[in-house]
Design a protein. Structure first.
Length: 334
């Protein structure tokens, strides 16, 4: 097995120079850096990351836990996290909690045992109290949702504003019978989106009927179930606001099975944009979240905590704005 000394000998530099290149120091000339990199490639040399982590006090690895890796919203954030991490010389271990609080805690313990430097957590847990010991072990930045009772730094979207804009859009199209399919109401994102819907309805002087508030769980099957229930009710709504992309997909399947045309009989607005939203006929009006920015800002916040060696510092939350993308799935009430 080749060593750092072998790399130095082939490149014609000192071992200290090879070490400086490996650690990304800018004190080495471009020519020497190139020779070291070429020597490493020729010798197929890979530095011992475990030994290096013991020397520098970090592994240059972070973890990320999401509740549903199949959801395009989270997969797009993860892609952005990987890009931002790579630019800083960090790798990412991705975990899927499958919206299981026990599995989420096990992932946190595993990441701690792997000595990751910090974690980005899109939590499915409504109460973070049981995880406070883990949080003290390494820096954590929350993404998307803030568990009840925690004051740790987070990067979130203004869900209330986004839901308010979606509902107001339907009201401005002349709809007064506007229904909502919520997500799991033990999560902050679902609570805020329901509040945005209520706020827009109340501002317009419209009654928020209990029958028009259907509780989903952010999955396709709940969107389908809620869609069937709404459209089979005696006073079916003329417009439906669905609070995430998976439930919107389920809702559209329900409308298709009931042979109810959208938007001729019911207008639809979803929360979360996705590639498939523009592949439907009609194309789906959606509230788009800035997934690239979420991943980038969250990664930068976490790496700042890691590199400053101030993991106990609680940075202020960053709240990003969503954008309503108007397409053809919502039309003016005739």
């Amino acid at each position: 097995m080749n060593s750092m000394r072998d790399v130095a000998r082939l490149a014609g530099v000192s071992v200290a120079t090879v070490s400086a290149v490996l650690n990304g120091k800018d004190t080495v000339s471009a020519g020497a850096t190139r020779r070291v990199e070429e020597a490493m490639k020729a010798l197929d040399y890979h530095p011992d990351q475990v030994a290096r982590s013991l020397r520098v006090g970090r592994t240059n690895v972070i973890g990320m836990i999401v509740p549903d890796i199949s959801n395009p919203f989270f997969s797009e954030i993860m892609r952005s996290v990987e890009e931002a991490s790579e630019k800083k010389g960090f790798s990412v271990i991705m975990c899927d909690s499958n919206e299981d609080s026990g599995r989420e805690r096990r992932h946190l313990s595993t990441l701690y045992s792997r000595r990751v430097d910090g974690v980005l957590l899109a939590s499915s847990v409504s109460d973070a109290a049981q995880d406070r010991l883990t949080m003290r072990r390494f820096p954590i930045v929350f993404v998307d949702a803030i568990p009840v009772g925690t004051k740790y730094g987070a990067v979130i979207v203004d869900n209330l504003q986004g839901a308010h804009a979606a509902t107001r859009h339907l009201i401005e199209l002349g709809h007064s019978k506007v229904a909502i399919i919520t997500g799991s109401l033990d999560r902050s994102v679902a609570i805020d989106r329901l509040e945005g819907y209520r706020k827009a309805m109340q501002e317009a002087g419209l009654v928020v009927a209990d029958d028009y508030i259907k509780k989903g769980d952010f999955h396709v099957t709940s969107g389908y179930r809620c869609g069937i229930e709404l459209m089979k009710s005696p006073e079916a709504p003329t417009a439906i606001f669905s609070c995430n992309n998976a439930m919107t997909l389920g809702l559209l399947r329900a409308l298709a099975d009931l042979s109810i045309p959208c938007p001729a009989r019911v207008s639809v607005v979803g929360f979360d944009d996705a590639d498939w939203a523009t592949s439907f006929a009609p194309r789906i009006t959606c509230v788009a979240q800035p997934t690239n920015e979420i991943g980038k800002v969250a990664t930068e916040m976490l790496l700042e905590k890691i590199l400053s060696r101030n993991g106990n510092h609680e940075p202020p939350n960053v709240v990003l704005q969503a954008e309503l993308r108007v397409r053809e799935s919502a039309m003016r009430l005739q």
